[in-house]
Write a new protein. Structure first.
Length: 321
């Protein structure tokens, strides 16, 4: 999911939302194990308690969207002098919507959102090797891999991408965002609420289901940048990026054992996870399954072009049956 640099941080708070990569004595490499399973009861509890917290920063101001169970809210922090100079601003403090004044507020530039600077090789006009589905199946069969999914895998489920959500919330209009939210907070909150409900209630696509089967077959973890629960609805717990845990609990040697990351519907290295992998394992390669060439692929990487909703089931039929 695409997050521009203005975003301060993002959190998911609930049972299985944070990464589950605690080293166990009997595990050689936490990346090269099948995803942990989730029961129907655990999933129901997760849906009930799932929480989301998005904070978008604009210099000395921010806007925060919050989802806690059945409650949703907006917090805004703006400079006092802007309130006094602009009659369009309103001080709002009702229900779950609050406006805070604090002229001393400063954005924390050392955000934990990024593992490292995201990988973007577009300016070098790289030419990754094109792989047919048969070649990709052979690659997956013979290599130690992990999977990494982006918004593209959930598009068929009609869940907005983060860029689409930011348009709905007027975050992309940096100059007028706060004014719009202050003028019509309830309509903005309604759009955010629908997004949260969709993330928790939509059904998984065929690609989600077949990917779970492939990951279990390969004994490989599934990492995701997505906030929805579509992976969980296939019966497994994906790994969502937690920068602190990745740095503290996954060693360089763990990454060096991984020959490749299979990127599925991932257009950008938003969290810097791919760049971090390349730093830990310079010999590791990236394989993208997408309609177009993502910006993180280099000359030594690979691309299988096409509809991932068709490619993943085909891989499953080749490798599992």
């Amino acid at each position: 999911m695409l997050f521009p640099n203005k975003i301060k941080h993002f959190l998911m708070i609930a049972g299985f939302s944070t990464i589950l990569l605690t080293q166990q004595k009997n595990l050689k490499n936490p990346l090269l194990i099948a995803p942990e399973k989730i029961t129907i009861e655990e999933l129901s509890e997760k849906i009930k308690n799932e929480a989301f917290d998005f904070t978008f920063s604009f210099k000395e101001e921010y806007i925060r969207f919050i989802h806690r169970k059945d409650k949703n809210g907006i917090e805004i922090k703006i400079k006092k002098n802007e309130i006094s100079q602009n009659n369009n601003f309103q001080i709002i403090q009702f229900g779950e919507i609050k406006l805070f004044e604090d002229a001393k507020f400063k954005t924390n530039k050392s955000s934990p959102y990024l593992l490292t600077e995201p990988l973007n090789l577009k300016k070098y006009n790289p030419k990754p090797t094109l792989l047919s589905i048969l070649d990709l199946a052979e690659f997956i069969k013979n290599k130690k891999i992990i999977f990494y999914t982006g918004a593209g895998i959930s598009a068929m489920a009609k869940i907005p991408t983060m860029n689409q959500l930011m348009t709905l919330l007027h975050i992309n209009d940096e100059n007028n965002c706060l004014k719009v939210v202050l003028k019509q907070p309830l309509s903005i909150l309604e759009a955010f609420t629908k997004f949260c409900i969709d993330m928790k209630t939509k059904s998984p696509t065929n690609a989600h289901i077949t990917l779970t089967n492939l990951a279990s077959f390969k004994k490989s973890q599934i990492f995701t940048e997505n906030l929805d629960l579509l992976h969980e609805r296939t019966g497994i717990i994906p790994q969502r990026i937690n920068t602190t845990k990745i740095k503290n609990e996954i060693s360089e040697s763990n990454f060096k054992e991984v020959d490749a990351i299979i990127c599925i519907g991932l257009s950008h290295d938003d969290r810097g996870f791919l760049a971090w992998y390349k730093k830990q394992n310079p010999q590791g390669v990236l394989v993208a399954i997408d309609f177009v060439q993502p910006e993180y692929l280099g000359n030594k990487d690979f691309l299988t072009q096409g509809d991932l909703q068709e490619i993943l089931p085909t891989l499953q039929s080749i490798l599992l049956y």
